[in-house]
Design a protein. Sequence first.
Lengths: 1023, 461
Amino acid sequence: MEKRYWKGVEELNNTPEFTRLRDNEFFEHLPVDEVLNKKAASDSSTTRRDFLKFLGFSVAAASLAACDAPVKKAIPYVSKPEEITLGIPNYYASSYYDGTDYCSVLVKTREGRPIKIEGNDLSGVTKGGTNARVQGSVLSLYDSARLTSPLKGGQKSDWKTVDADIIAKLTAAVSAGKKIAIVASSNASPSAKKAIADFSAKYTTATLATYDAVSYNGVVKGNEMSFGKAIVPSYSFDKAEIIVSFAADFLSNWISPIEFAVQYGVGRKLRNGKRTMSRHIQVESTLSLTGSNADSRYKVKPSELSSAVAALYNKVAALAGGTSISAGSSSFDKAADKVAHELWAAKGKALVVSGSNDPNEQVLVNAINNMLGSYGNTISLDSTCNLRSSNDGAVVELMQAMNAGQVGAVIFWNTNPVYTMPSMSEAIAKVGTKISLSDRNDETASKCDYVCPDHHYLESWGDVEPYTNRYSLMQPTIRPLFNTRQAAESLLKWAGVQVVDYYTYVRANWEANIYPKQSGMTSFEAFWTKSLQDGVFAATIPASTPATFVGNVADAASKLMKPSAGADVVLYEKTGIANGNQANNPWLQELPDPISKVCWDNYFAILPAYAEKLKVVQGNVIEVKVGNTAIKGPVFLQPAMADNTIAVAVGYGRTAAGKAGNGVGFNAYPFVTLSNGSLSMIAANATVTKTVEDDHTLAATQTHHTMMGREIVKETTLSKWLRDSKSGNEQELIDSPYGKKKPEELDLWATTEKPGFDRPNHSWGLGIDLNACIGCGSCVVACNAENNVPVVGKDEIGRAREMHWIRIDRYYSSDTTKENAGEKGLGKLSMYGEMEKPGSDNPEVFFQPVMCQHCNHAPCETVCPVAATTHSSEGLNMMAYNRCVGTRYCANNCPYKVRRFNWFKYSDNDQFPYNMQDNLGKMVLNPDVVVRSRGVMEKCSMCVQRIQYGKLESKKAGRRPKDGEIKTACAQACPTNAIVFGDFNDKNSEVNNLFKDPRSYHLLAELNVQPSVFYQTKVRNKN
Amino acid sequence: MHKESELRPPLILGEKTWHDITEDVCRPVESKANKWWKMAFTVSVAGLLWWIISVSYTLGTGLGVWGLNKTVGWAWDITNFVWWVGIGHAGTLISAILMLFRQKWRLSINRSAEAMTIFAVICAATFILSHMGRPWVGYWPLPLANQFGSLWVNFNSPLVWDVFAISTYFSVSLVFWYTGLIPDFAVIRDRAKTKWSKRIYTILSFGWVGTAKNWQRFEEVSLVLAGLSTPLVLSVHSVVSMDFATSIVPGWHTTIFPPYFVAGAIFSGFAMVQTLLIIVRKVLALEDYITVYHIDMMNRVILITGSIVGVAYITEFFIAWYSGVEYEQYAFINRATGPYWWAYWSMMTCNVITPQLFWSSKLRENVFATFIISIFVNIGMWFERFVIIVTSLHRDYITSSWTMYHPTWVEAGIFIGSLGLFFTCFLLFARVFPVIAMSELKTIVKTSSEGAKKKSNQSNH
């Protein structure tokens, strides 16, 4: 029998109530009739008054609802992507390479947005290091000046039209027998090189001219002349016991600065029982970042630098038993003998480098290195550096061809000659079809017929081979923001190469050419996945072998630059802006120059004594004229420069970079001249005239330059330190009724308890090794990115209101010290006056990164009326922005002056048109960190969001956080590992070990504020 | 009846009767404003408008419109705050301490001095609010019950002590002042001829009828309030000084600050009283009540407190040297010889040298000289606070952060505007409130007036 189920007892009994309910759709009677019936309506109890009341209420309610905040579109994932969990960052390995800097990076993405660049520890080249430019590059992705589609004749167009046009024009150029020129910066990408080859196969008249605004042609040609190889060798600064650099700014710009900074740091650090450090001698005209780190520094006028190299050659040759060459005289001559002896003593472990772009000078440098046995030890010609392949000769030839009307089409790839090379901009006017692959309508692109905007590297596929057999992959971390196309893909498209996309092309290239170089993995898929995940792949690195020097030293010496009689102009690159390709990046513009501390400007830097001779003061606008090139700009008084020298940074004075970069400073590239077939950064025999123009204000973050005899940066020399590991760090004890005591042992209240807060679980802290810090500013930009630090612009910097949470203080030594004031017959008042002046001749330079010291006896915490800044049980000094009322008492009472006040609403304020002010720029914000409002105080939080994240991760894994697992942004960005973060409660942590070192000290320890940050004495390797 | 020596100078000149006093004091309230008042009022209101514009601009845009920076977090704002609070102190000293000491000469000046206190504290309070980054949450330093979670104020912070000190000071001063006004309001009420003034003064006088019981209660309340106010004279500026003294900024961290600040406050307060009353006695024709003797007495206070302040300045230098602390020594050398040397020497000239001129009785009794010197003292005391705040902050421990401070027009606007606010209040006060405590003054007519002394002189012969 079929089973029956009842919905309830009612159905079983079939009660009348149940039947009624079952038959009616609605449970209760609906008053439909009453509503529709006119009579019923008139009988209704709803009066006119009631109606008006309801009407009034509804209108009020509707208007109130309309007053709500505007609706922001936040679209949730309908189906969750497998790899994205909201709130959890993803990291992708990629590579940064823009023709100047190379860095293997990890890209941190949040909800699909790249927001931070970290160094990739797996890289054998950059080893986890970064620099300011790489750190800042993530902001360039969200640059509103980027083109959103291809341009044709300056108008927006589409790829189809542009491609068809270009193919037609290129084909026409080839059939007319005219050249097609590709003007590109140095290119180290195997796949891109292959793409160019494919392009050249289709368009047979295509030629490549590698043009770098700041050229390394001298190194390439110099090696060709010396060893028959037109390459850039690889250098090992870590293996060198003595480094002599002739104006090579290898920590900031020269060849591969991140890699060299990492290596340099290895040689400089005195950690883990290492008791030796490299000796660094710098011979230069301007005060570079590298020179300011040197143990000994010699000042030489720019046009005498070649003579200085020749002088050293002669001295080394004398020791090696070689013949001497004719050399001009320079102010280095007296020191040359001593330096030569030092080098000779470290034979095989010495390294001499030169920043010159003159091949002949490079030949001499190679010859010196050859005599010192550097090849095979500190320099390798076998593993070549592909990062710089400038070919100035090809550029000159191309310009001649252009002027002769032989060039039918030109393609500009990652280069901007209209801005960097005025003579080129005249020549390209004579070219039929001009195509730019620039990501923005820059100075060159705006003169081109077609602009085919390239992806940003964070949207791109690609690869780099920085050194022989070292490979590095680039992968997109976000879908292209705009209708752009990768430059190499454009070339392939025009070449008619049938590929799906550039990804396939790169992958195919790796399968064909790179996969066979390894044997560990048996499937390409596995190899590709691993390479992509690691970001790098290293095949067998060729062993470094001694080289045979075949150069003609005497010939090279005869062609060297002769010392000039007058003033010389020397061009240099700043640590932030470099050659100017990221000029529209407000983080980099606002990064203080490591030496001058000036932001948002370039200037003519001259020695104060020279300024006196010229009768100019800082801010005066002068006109500097070399040949027919005259440029006006403000004067900056730079101690430690060579006399009769005017140093000026390139990369400024952009006119079509974007709203942040346009009109910042002035363009100094016109001073670049062709000399010995190379683009020279030195222009001799300049004349200087003071103009009548109004003074120019330079905005600097630091306006006082000496330590005034205070022990802010403690220093010693290597020999003293070897005798006494506490040398330079003798702590002053305080007289008390209980005898001489350390400050932290004294308390106003007699107490048996341990003073300060308990830190039972963790006690976070930072150790900063002043011996390893090179002052590069990588940490500053990393902190900006990590902590949503606002950019405030030049005016606000000029008012001393920069918002950086970490700053790098730069001090000069002064001629007068407290010790020698008596000998000089100075009274106390005049002593202080004299101590304010940086050393007149060649002062030493000190760098000191300063962030919130997270005092455990914090002066800021006690004075806040509303308890907005308080102490955590983990040794952190915390800020509750929402509680802050903005009395600024904490900032006044901070002895380190690290607190930053929001004077304005720095976000959403068109007074500050930078990254936080448009929706695109806001994509870079770190969602883990609050964007601060107007009127509140902010400061370094020791990246509390990272600490919290690390703690949660380890908690999930059921363990304590491992040492080194959590890193602050500054510590992570540091190429020399000068900043170490860790837990003092972990007895084996690196930070604890460093703290036990006798070099460790607390800044202003005598105040007994008990900071969680400590410093380590700077040791100079000199007598 | 109490009899006073004829050698003592009379406190009321002319042979005044009680009725004369009533007439003289009520005249400004009952008559129409003269052109001098109108001119002064116009200028003051213009200043007030400038103040409103400057403050609104600051509130609307952000504190960035001031010249402060990362190193100098306080400058004109707190300078002005301390200056105004200090000025207020003379009123309280006159009405409380001089009352307890039974100094009769206070009776002609206490009313205006107290009014000055109230208005000065109001001006000071505006700087507390406007210097905040987020003044719309300016009530947070008050220990109020709230729903923000278990949030309480930080009782360690001197700024919280300041909140208590200033608010207590303001409320006690206001009550004290008003209590004294009640019998005088009753007099105006009784003399009022129009309906509205009658009504208003009826309300203001709280039903005073002048019975013996009224007077007895009045005396008791006055005494109690004087007792309450007396410690405030010393405590308020001590607490204000602790805003600096409890910090670790070299030049601020000084135990001498509380007495030094109190002396400075009384010094500046009396100078301001002089500045105001020399004008008031002229404009409102009250020379018979605010006599040269009064001016002389106040000049003596200025001389004493000015000397205390001078000694304090020198002591600070001595202690800086004696401490052997580098930062402390540099802070003081920098004050005198650094980039702000002009501010320091303005302060020294105005505060230490000019009051010493008052050793000469001729100058003490010279109204014009007093007026000029009182202005100097006002300027000097403003510079004192500027010197303490700005020159200490702009070069403290870490030399890399040393910087300069340059004020903007907005800060100048708020300062000059606060003078406008002050004088607007004071001029309104002079028109609608009795500027001399006439009921109390009448108590000494029989003993200390010129008339009484003449009479007693005659009866003795």
